[in-house]
Design a protein around this ligand. Structure first.
Ligand SMILES: [Fe+2]
Length: 327
């Protein structure tokens, strides 16, 4: 990609300040990112290890897509990695359009997903909620009072009293977030919840010394929505803010980054591989296991998953791997 000479000579900090102005930066949370001092050295007990980031599997109800075979092939590829990952971090959208299903259909589809999963990997897994995992929310025949409505089925199957939580692994800290906010009109937007934001702040404070990986389904930072807009450019140029493509209050997450040790934020949702490095934080939106919903690559991004190698020095190396699927 060619960078205009004027921009290449301009530091990222100066460029961003010139681009949107200091006031706007503060409002968006970018000020927090730009102000972040280099992360502290990791503690001596941070280990080097590998995990896999598997997102947007989208198990389809229609068997003609062969999504069951695709998910199995992907998991077989994860299992064959050398070195073998220690666990799988799952980015959400396990099944496709559970919002249109009855409760029974959603139960059967998620249980089919779990059967495929358990038959093809024995690795520990940690689960992130995706918008396609919402159950029955667009199906008028489904009662919101059903315990499996919306997020209930996912929470029950994965034994998650909250869909935001954290865990430690060999000296590293992982924070899994839920940024799927169901709206009164049954659509959704990307948004972190008030109790979740309080949890994040306390959790990051409590793990300040540990190198930390954050995971969301809907990305907190991405240029893909802008690219999509430019690809369909209108005469009136306006930067789009599609509320269901990006997490709309990610600035409140970024506000907690300074003084903490966040090394990477991993997301799914857009089915397109994108890496943004901002002042020591790697923002990765990962391509999808299903590509373009099992119809081939999405915006030229093939079906695949992430391999993440963590170093004792706190480094994060993200590599995207395809697994040989032919739609
Ligand atoms: Fe998805």
């Amino acid at each position: 990609m060619n960078i205009p000479a004027g921009l290449a000579a301009c530091s990222r900090r100066r460029f961003l300040r010139q681009l949107v102005g200091t006031g706007a930066l503060a409002a968006t949370g970018l000020e927090s990112l730009l102000a972040q001092t280099p992360p502290p050295s990791p503690p001596a007990n941070a280990s080097a290890f590998r995990f896999a980031f598997v997102t947007d599997t989208h198990l389809m109800k229609d068997p003609s897509f062969r999504s069951d075979a695709g998910i199995a092939l992907c998991l077989d590829a994860v299992e064959k990695l050398n070195p073998r990952p220690e666990f799988i971090l799952v980015g959400g959208d396990l099944v496709n359009r559970a919002r249109d299903m009855t409760i029974r259909e959603a139960e059967q589809t998620l249980d089919q997903f779990l059967s495929i999963w358990n038959n093809h990997t024995s690795l520990p897994a940690r689960w992130t909620f995706g918008n396609h995992d919402l159950v029955g929310t667009s199906n008028p025949s489904v009662s919101p009072a059903d315990r499996h409505y919306a997020k209930g089925l996912f929470q029950e199957r994965f034994h998650l009293p909250h869909l935001f939580y954290s865990f430690d692994w060999k000296g590293w800290h992982f924070v899994v977030l839920d940024d799927i906010a169901l709206q009164p009109d049954h659509t959704y937007i990307g948004r972190l919840f008030d109790d979740e934001l309080a949890f994040i702040k306390a959790d990051l404070d409590a793990h300040r010394a540990m190198p930390t990986i954050v995971c969301t389904h809907i990305p907190t930072m991405s240029a893909v929505p802008l690219g999509l807009y430019l690809a369909h450019a209108a005469a009136n140029f306006q930067i789009p803010t599609n509320k269901n493509l990006l997490c709309t209050n990610a600035n409140l997450l970024f506000n907690d980054f300074p003084g903490h040790n966040v090394r990477a934020v991993l997301s799914g949702h857009l089915h397109h591989l994108e890496k943004i490095d901002s002042n020591g934080v790697h923002f990765v939106t990962c391509g999808a296991v299903c590509g373009n919903y099992w119809k081939g690559p999405m915006l030229d991004c093939p079906e695949g998953f992430g391999v993440v190698d963590l170093g004792v020095d706190g480094s994060v190396a993200f590599d995207y791997r395809t697994y040989g699927w032919k739609a």
